[in-house]
Design a protein around this ligand. Structure first.
Ligand code: SF4
Length: 249
């Protein structure tokens, strides 16, 4: 049975720059509410399967003991799976990291309701925006685009850093029509929030999860998700045309 003061973790380690600023201690939290067929961590989909419960106290103690390692503005990152699936424990952990002056970051799909306390307290937030097409997004991942948009507006309006990542995938969200819709939403987000710490990044499709799916006896359903340099250019140009901060971590 899950306990309030525990967090289920299926992987941890240090990483530089791709999971938030600087050098970071990264915890992969188990459990996800979506079903993206390209997921690179299918082993972390269920909270209690393949994961170890660790007390918040133990994580904070470990995070404090690693302070010397957080160079270049680093700290602790919680990623997944989907961190908000363990929201009460995550919120408590983020508050304790703050009390101990440790920079915090989460990577989230931003698709769950009632997580605003987390989106407010965390120092740096990385969120996916997978498709601007509500039906396609729902059909492929199970996510409700309106919930995601509301969460992203909420975070943007705090003025704190928000990095939005687009996993660019052939036959899912590439092409000019999608690029225009992506940029339209990002522009609205920037104009409505006035957040100067809003960043965007394009991640091109990869198949890091394919072997893991097959090892678990699951079928990997994407047949040709790789995008061309032209696909990347189309989306990058739409984002830059709107004077938005396109970055590469
Ligand atoms: S939201 Fe992330 S962790 Fe969840 S299924 Fe999609 S890619 Fe995997």
């Amino acid at each position: 049975m899950r306990k309030e003061n525990e967090i289920y973790i299926f992987q941890k380690g240090f990483n530089y720059s791709q999971d938030g600023p600087g050098n970071r201690l990264v915890y992969h939290l188990a459990g996800c509410n979506l079903k993206c067929p390209w997921c690179s961590n299918p082993e972390g989909m269920e909270i209690t399967k393949n994961a170890t419960p660790v007390t918040i106290e133990a994580i904070v103690k470990e995070a404090i003991s690693c302070k010397m390692m957080y160079f270049d503005g680093g700290g602790v990152t919680l990623t997944g799976g989907e961190v908000t699936c363990q929201k009460d424990s995550v919120q408590s952990l983020l508050e304790q990291l703050r009390e101990n002056n440790i920079n915090s970051c989460i990577e989230t799909n931003a698709s769950l309701k009632n997580c605003k306390e987390i989106f407010e307290v965390v120092d740096y937030m990385i969120a996916d925006f997978k498709s601007p097409d509500p039906e396609k997004l729902k059909e492929v991942t199970g996510a409700d685009i309106e919930v995601i948009k509301e969460n992203l507006f909420f975070r943007a309006q705090t003025g704190k850093p928000l990095l939005i990542r687009i996993p660019l995938i052939n036959d899912f969200n590439n092409g000019k029509k999608n690029a225009v819709l992506f940029a339209d939403f990002f522009k609205k987000l920037y104009e409505k929030s006035g957040n100067e710490n809003l960043y965007f990044e394009i991640l091109t499709y990869h198949e890091f999860g394919k072997e893991k799916y097959e090892k678990q006896g699951k079928i990997y359903t994407i047949e040709n998700g790789f995008v061309s340099p032209e696909d990347v250019k189309i989306l990058a140009e739409e984002i830059k045309k709107n004077n938005l901060n396109l970055i590469h971590t």
